[in-house]
Design a protein around this ligand. Sequence first.
Ligand SMILES: [Zn+2]
Length: 266
Amino acid sequence: MSDRYQRQSFLGENSQPKIERVRVGVVGLGGGGSHVVQQLAHIGFQDYVICDPQTVEDTNLNRLVGGRLKDIGQPKLAVAKRIVRGLQRKAKIKAIADRWQTRCDEFIFCDVIFGCLDSFQDRDEIETFCRRHLIIYIDIGMDVHKVENDPPRMAGQVILSAPGGPCMKCLGFITPEGMAQEAAAYGAAGHRPQVVWPNGILASSAVGVAVNAITGWTGKTPSPVYLSYDGNSGLVQVHPRLEYLLTTQCPHYPLGKAGKPILQQL
Ligand SMILES: [Zn+2]
């Protein structure tokens, strides 16, 4: 093992080769994804599929880790690539400046995909894809809600959705009501509040969850993971809903339906 990873050798004797073999996908390279990519590069990941169709805007720089003034107008991908290259010269980086759905062929070989997305619709689509192809999906997100006569409430979540285990629907995170509300508000939502530090906390928690799933260093690899973050108090804790989860089997994505979609002749 190179000296660079001495301080993380507690992750296990073969942890570094395991980390290096994993193909990791990051969908969304904004406030959350930029932290994720940065941490993956520090840890020593060598095989990336990263994706974001957007360019850097002035209004992203309050939270885009690694973003610089002169990046305005450049693809967010370029910022992420620079971060990875600055630490891992030989890493394989497949960079997709488009929606992830256009390059499913690249994501299909990922072992873990981080979703750093804004909408339930996007999350639902990528979770469905990950389930079909037996990929571990880790979702992060945050929001700030206005509360009448009270300070705003900042909240976020980290969810690990593993094939066969409870999904984001089982966990009550993706609901028909939430999807319908989102669809009704389409185009009217405006810019959602986003700041750097909760994204950092959520991304750090998510990367920790992924490294545990890959190395098993804690001796426990819980599935599902559902962490909730209270941005007003700073507390990250196991979401109370996990206690009331009635089953560890997911009825939405049965394992028998995994694999490539097959066109059946009628
Ligand atoms: Zn489910």
